[in-house]
Design a protein around this ligand. Structure first.
Ligand code: ADP
Ligand code: 5GP
Length: 178
């Protein structure tokens, strides 16, 4: 299952709640070249790689998909996902270009877009998270329009207004698709 949506819409929050409800499901841990944010843990939040190491992994065919995004590489490690799929559902939390690439190589993937109730709420969440400066927030808001524009290519679109409702809807989709 692939979850996408603009930065700050609540993907991480929803996935965290979902994993509590579905102990057999696991989260794919991506590789990235961006610097860790405060509190992020290597091997839990991401595998943090240098640009050279990431490009070496690309050359070796180590990614199910990868994309260059906000000046950094992000990619889904292929072997990691394949091993996790043996024990249950795997959730990928990745941006739209990567998600659509996953669907191409894995047509059984279910794509879910998480959308904000409106633009103002998205801005308030990004600002409220307090992890990015104003310039980065502005770029992420621009990118949000592009990401949400890809919604028609997704299998499902869920509005994250009330968190509990949104988590319930994602869980129902997992149930149904299984
Ligand atoms: P993403 O992973 O999509 O970038 P986060 O999960 O980090 O987004 O959420 C961004 C901020 O919005 C966080 O501070 C989070 O607590 C808050 N948030 C997430 N979902 C909701 C919701 N339904 N209502 C209010 N705040 C929310
Ligand atoms: P952040 O820097 O906020 O953690 O993530 C920025 C964006 O990169 C988010 O939209 C996130 O979903 C996306 N992302 C995270 N991991 C991957 C990945 O493995 N592949 C792709 N294509 N995007 C990813």
């Amino acid at each position: 299952m692939v979850i996408s949506g603009p930065s700050g819409v609540g993907k991480g929050t929803i996935v965290k709640e979902l994993l509590k409800l579905r102990p057999n499901a696991s989260l794919s841990i991506s590789c990235t070249t961006r610097a860790p944010r405060q509190g992020e843990v290597e091997g839990e939040s991401y595998f943090f790689l240098t640009k050279d190491a990431f490009e070496k992994a690309i050359a070796e065919g180590g990614f199910l998909e990868y994309s260059e995004h906000f000046d950094n590489y992000y990619g889904t490690p292929k072997a990691f996902v394949e091993s996790k799929l043996e024990s249950g559902d795997v959730i990928l939390e990745i941006e739209v270009d990567g998600a659509l690439n996953v669907k191409r190589v894995m047509p059984q993937a279910v794509l879910i877009m998480i959308a904000p109730p409106d633009r103002e709420t998205l801005y308030a969440r990004l600002k409220g998270r307090g992890t990015e400066g104003e310039d980065v927030i502005a770029r992420r808001m621009d990118r949000a329009d592009y990401e949400l524009g890809k919604s028609p290519l997704y299998d499902y679109v869920i509005i994250n207004d009330d968190l509990k409702t949104a988590v319930g809807e994602v869980e129902q989709i997992l149930e149904k698709e299984n």
